[in-house]
Ligand binder design. Structure first.
Ligand SMILES: O=C(O)C1=C[C@@H](OP(=O)(O)O)[C@@H](O)[C@H](O)C1
Ligand SMILES: C=C(OP(=O)(O)O)C(=O)O
Length: 425
């Protein structure tokens, strides 16, 4: 499916969709608990992959309009009857690889062609040190992955520079083993806020993990714990909201986004970045309402270490800003659904913008965006970011537009509701 975008402005009030990251964690931890109701979960292609995987590992899940009811396995996941297909969801692959290490049999996990090219070796290496036999069938660290359960605790180390999801996955599984675990992080820990989100849900479910900060971050995970998540309400998603707010910022419009309460999501940083770049933005934290008016943007320096998912949004803001923006510390952004540094560099170049791609940076000089035929790379964040760029450029067509289902299924309807001229063709 393609989306055609014409020059347009946005105006009005919309709700941010529920958080994808919180929803994945709520599903996974509820599946390891006894009985839990999750209110306002995100129902998207990626979170449905987590629901299917949780069911394959023994949970039973009933879906209602605004909630799901999870009857979990009480710490003892079952050996699946079939392979687990995580489709496009990296979070599901990493989390369920660790959860399947708690079974007493063999699990095979795989997914679509993007998932089968994303790295997992650091997670597999640690699982092997924790008594599990875990390997990639092709020996390249990518799915298909085979896991023979038997997770035990130990003192071990993991590289933090590729994906925080390896760490989150281990933090979720290790409290349920019979020996304690100490996990030290080697190198810079990228995407740290996502680990804080994981810790928040683990604590809400009644388990305990101690963190030692310092030159080396250490997680100390006591053994023989239980999860008991009973009820959980998913907050709004700041990564998804970033496209709505940025659309107003680059088109000189005013938009109000509701359901944006404070939480541990790193992508809350979008509020500060927009302000720094010159947008007029206010955030009423108590009522969860952000309001923005676009006002001419200026370049900035953006460190993507903690917030990789904001990179496509910031790249478009940079393309519309006066001056040269540097997006730095962003190598891990190459290991997503697609290599997002390369994808954004190529597509913005097609729109007439000067972009320099470095191994861990994008250097973008703002200019006049022109309409073009763009590739969406089957990547929800690339498509949403290019859609808002198209609203400035006009005459823009983006392919693989159906991929917005991954995290924001009603993205185009929401944009239309705000007055954006977008048509699916
Ligand atoms: O744990 C999570 O929910 C996520 C962690 C981040 O990935 P990395 O830790 O691989 O950077 C982020 O990019 C992804 O969209 C969601
Ligand atoms: C990278 C993402 O998700 P995942 O790693 O779960 O595929 C994302 O949503 O941008």
């Amino acid at each position: 499916m393609k989306v055609s975008v014409s020059t347009s402005k946005v105006n009005g009030e919309v709700f941010a969709p529920p958080s994808k990251s919180y929803t994945h964690r709520a599903i996974t931890i509820a599946a390891l608990s006894d009985d839990c109701v999750i209110h306002r979960p995100l129902m998207s292609a990626d979170t449905l992959a987590s629901i299917r995987a949780a069911e394959a590992l023994g949970a039973s899940i009933e879906k209602y309009e605004d909630r799901i009811h999870v009857k979990g396995v009480n710490g003892k996941p079952h050996v699946p009857n079939n392979i687990i297909d995580v489709a496009n969801s990296g979070t599901t692959l990493r989390f369920m690889t660790a959860v399947s290490a708690l079974t007493n049999g063999v699990t095979v996990l795989t997914g679509d062609s993007s998932i089968r090219n994303r790295p997992n070796q650091p997670l597999l290496d640690v699982l092997n040190k924790l008594g599990v036999e875990a390997y990639s069938t092709r020996g390249n660290g990518c799915a298909p992955i085979v896991v023979r359960g038997g997770l035990k605790g130990a003192i071990t180390t993991i590289d933090g520079s590729i994906s925080s999801q390896f760490i989150s996955a281990l933090l979720i599984a290790c409290p349920l083993t019979t020996q304690s675990t100490t996990l030290s992080i080697k190198g810079e820990m990228k995407s740290r806020p996502y680990v804080d989100v994981t810790m928040e849900l683990i604590e809400q479910a009644g388990a305990e993990i101690l963190v030692e900060e310092g030159n080396t971050i250490k997680f100390i995970i006591p053994a023989n714990q239980k999860y008991n998540l009973k009820e959980y309400t998913v907050p709004g998603d700041f990564s998804s909201a970033s496209y709505l707010l940025a659309a107003a910022a680059i088109t000189g419009s005013t938009v109000t986004v509701k359901n944006l309460f404070p939480s541990k999501q790193g992508d809350i940083e979008i509020i500060d970045v927009l302000e720094r770049m010159g947008a007029k933005i206010s955030w009423d934290k108590e009522n969860g309402i952000a309001q923005i008016t676009g006002n001419g943007l200026k370049a900035t320096i953006f460190d993507a270490g903690a917030t990789p998912d904001l990179v496509p949004t910031i790249a478009v803001l940079a393309a519309c800003a006066e001056g040269t923006t540097v997006i730095e510390n962003a190598e891990h952004v190459r290991y997503k659904e697609t290599d997002r540094l390369h994808a954004m560099a190529l597509e913005l170049t097609k729109m007439g913008i000067a972009v320099k791609e470095e191994p861990d940076q994008l250097i973008i000089t703002g200019g006049k965006l022109r309409g073009a035929e763009l590739h969406g790379w089957h990547d929800h964040r690339i498509i949403m970011a290019l859609t808002i760029a198209g609203m400035v450029a006009g005459d823009t067509v983006i392919d693989t537009a159906e991929a917005v289902d991954i995290s924001f299924p009603n993205f185009f309807d929401t944009m239309k509701e705000l007055g954006a001229e977008v048509e699916l063709i």
